[in-house]
Design a binder for this molecule. Sequence first.
Ligand code: PLP
Length: 377
Amino acid sequence: MIYLDNAASTALSPAALEAMLPWMTEQYGNPSSLHRAGQRAAQAVSEARAQTAKILHARRGMVCFTSGGTEADALALSTAAAWGERHGKRHIVSAAFEHHAVLRGLEHLAEKGFSVTFLSPGPSGRIRAEQVADAIRDDTGLVSLMAANNETGILQPAAEVGALCRERGILFHTDAVQAVGHIPVDAEALGADLLSLSAHKFHGPKGVGALLCREDLPVVPLLPGGGQERGRRSGTENVPGIVGLAAALLQADTSMEADMARTAALRDRLAEAVSRIPGVHLTGMDQPRLPGILHLCVEGVRRDTLLLLLDQAGICASAGSACSAGALEPSHVLRSMDVPEPLSMGALRSSLSPANTEAEIDTTAEILSDLIHRLKN
Ligand code: PLP
């Protein structure tokens, strides 16, 4: 199997597994218990919190562990919406290419009377900070802009937009689920009041993530209950998951420079090879992108057919977001970039990890070339 779907999920790193194992076997105390088994677990969560905060340049009190990126996004939006209501600011600026975890949450807020402006980037795939500035109104309370797009890998000007929001006294949320663990992420430098991340995107376990939330911002919990995570997210902490998240993040941070160089070289090797296939259009080549994602569209080929044949050949890739895999709809991300619909129906996303090899990339390019040729004839 050649696995090129790391933007959907990644292999658990051995370091994360090793860190998690004791908390799934002999160390099973509940962090809220006052006895030694509980306190050992509480200590592990506290160390994971400190490590996560340090790596992301946040204060430890900002880290609220969640069940993943979707919950972190939802918690960010509920918190920002409550802040907006309190301050009479019921307008939100976001982008049409956000992940569904943000888009659906914003639709829900729109039903509750918020007004939302969705910016479209056009063919570049990258929102300009001036577009955000132009969309801001007196009643704007939140800008939510992802750090990197999960389909195209195109980086968004989060730091510029963060600075703009800070200047205007507007909350800034960034969904950094695809960025954290892959490129340097500094919550302070980004000016993010709210930042979402998810462990399984950077070789941590599934079902755990975090929202970094400015400490003076009252979080509106989605899950009221026993008051864990300082009342921001009730429920017994996922101790193995939290420990695994921090271990995976540390590993990613330690090897980041080398990993970025390696995945970018693999991505460029694949881009070079597939750019020679007639009818292949590479996406966002002139834009700053994540090192590990190569997105393309193939003229006259259907993405579902291509993915099926690739899978039969042992290659795991995707058309875009895993959440909408199987959907017959064209991608909302490509639509926001004005990609003509017939072309967008031939979309393919390869997302790499440093564990991929040159041989895998070459095999993929050859198979892809053969398949496209076959499908067109
Ligand atoms: N945001 C982005 C940009 C993503 O790519 C994803 C996952 O695909 C999510 C949010 C949701 O994260 P999770 O799968 O941890 O709920």
